[in-house]
Design a protein around this ligand. Structure first.
Ligand SMILES: Cc1nc2ccc(C(=O)N[C@]34C[C@H]5C[C@H](C[C@H](C5)C3)C4)cc2n2c(-c3ccccc3Cl)nnc12
Ligand SMILES: [Mg+2]
Ligand SMILES: [Zn+2]
Length: 342
């Protein structure tokens, strides 16, 4: 267990430098999941520091450490929607801020809202999706199903709870108006992580790619923040094949466990959750082709520095097509053979 005092203790200013992790830490090719647990906590602090947010918003180091430890504690341990996922998502948002120089386009308030939404966006996830909440009439569904995006509303509610815990409110030194605006941004950014919502705003995002970004439009700024959030949420697809392949194993382990549970409850699971009916390579190709790639394409249209990221997603898609051929040539899909994924 990591005690906050020994973290704060050994972060003398000189040590808060990039080198303490890896010289590629702030590059798009860097795989954040490879960082060891203790360093993930320190790296969260470093990312706020490196974007100048600690001094800008007068955040006390003790409060920031306490906040990060509380967020980590807020995550459960399903195969995919856990602390490692949250950290990798926050890391990608940090890469966007740093490599696309978002601080020229977005305010510090919008950037700290994006970074904080990322680390909190899946807090207390149970490893089951929104459809499961509604079908199983879960407690979360009774709370939020009338508004939709059941899980995402819960993740935001949990975020507010953490911020209201004494000694954890990293925004405590903000002016009241800024505080309200930051919480409102975090809410909308976390709500944007519902894939169904992302699909609804896709036409507006395509329009952004075609006609360009008008930063004096509040709607355009919110669209950009939502796109950065989605790009970060799916960022395992932007790394090397090893990461993409491993992520699929974790996601389908979680999806199929939900399906097993639904079967035990007497409900027929969706194909994506049914280990007997799902063909993982095909589902991955569908997801990347119809959801991930179009999103990364918009971001690459808006920022030339992001084209290398878009191209890596394309390479992973090509790899999945090869895997699919191999998978089908071995006869009926048997998902236990995911291990054959080279
Ligand atoms: C690799 C990969 N594959 C994924 C395959 C499928 C889906 C997925 O939710 N599909 C949909 C497809 C339609 C319209 C809605 C509602 C349902 C019907 C189910 C979404 C997500 C996938 N996903 C995510 C991810 C992103 C945000 C939240 C949760 C997750 Cl798991 N992150 N990485 C991946
Ligand atoms: Mg989520
Ligand atoms: Zn997520």
């Amino acid at each position: 267990k990591v005690d906050k005092d020994d973290i704060v203790g050994n972060i003398p200013d000189k040590q808060l430098t990039l080198q303490q992790f890896d010289e590629n830490f702030d590059k798009f090719c860097y795989p954040p999941r490879s960082l060891c647990p203790d360093h993930k906590i320190k790296a969260c602090i470093w990312m706020y520091e490196d974007l100048g947010l600690i001094s800008k918003f007068h955040i006390s180091m003790h409060t920031l450490v306490h906040f990060i430890l509380m967020v980590r504690k807020g995550y459960r341990e399903p195969p995919y929607h856990n602390w490692d996922h949250a950290f990798s998502v926050m890391h990608h948002a940090y890469l966007l801020a740093k490599n696309l120089e978002l601080n020229d386009k977005l305010s510090d308030l919008e950037i700290i809202a994006l970074l904080t939404a990322c680390i909190c966006h899946d807090v207390d996830h149970r490893g089951t999706n929104n459809a499961f909440q509604v079908n199983s009439k879960s407690a979360l569904a009774s709370l939020y199903s009338s508004e939709g995006s059941v899980l995402e509303r819960h993740h935001f509610a949990q975020t507010v709870c953490i911020l209201s815990t004494s000694g954890c409110n990293i925004f405590e030194n903000m002016k009241r108006k800024d505080y309200a605006q930051t919480l409102d941004l975090i809410k909308n950014i976390i709500l944007a992580t519902d894939v169904a919502t992302h699909l609804q705003i896709m036409p507006q995002l395509e329009d952004l790619a075609k006609n360009g970004l008008n930063l004096s439009s509040k709607n355009h700024r919110m669209l950009l923040l939502s796109l950065c959030m989605t790009a970060s949420d799916l960022s395992d697809q932007t790394k090397n094949w090893k990461t993409t392949k491993n992520t699929s194993k974790l996601i389908y382990k979680e999806f199929f466990s939900q399906g097993d549970l639904e079967k035990r409850m007497g409900n027929l699971p969706a194909i994506i959750n049914d280990r007997e009916r799902a063909c993982v390579p095909q589902l991955q190709i569908n997801f990347i082709e119809h959801i991930a790639l179009p999103a990364y394409k918009v971001l690459a249209n808006l920022f030339a520095e992001y084209i290398e990221v878009y191209e890596r997603v394309q390479r992973n898609l090509k790899r999945w097509r090869l895997v699919e051929k191999e998978f089908l040539s071995r006869g009926l899909p048997n998902n236990d053979s995911l291990d054959f994924l080279t």
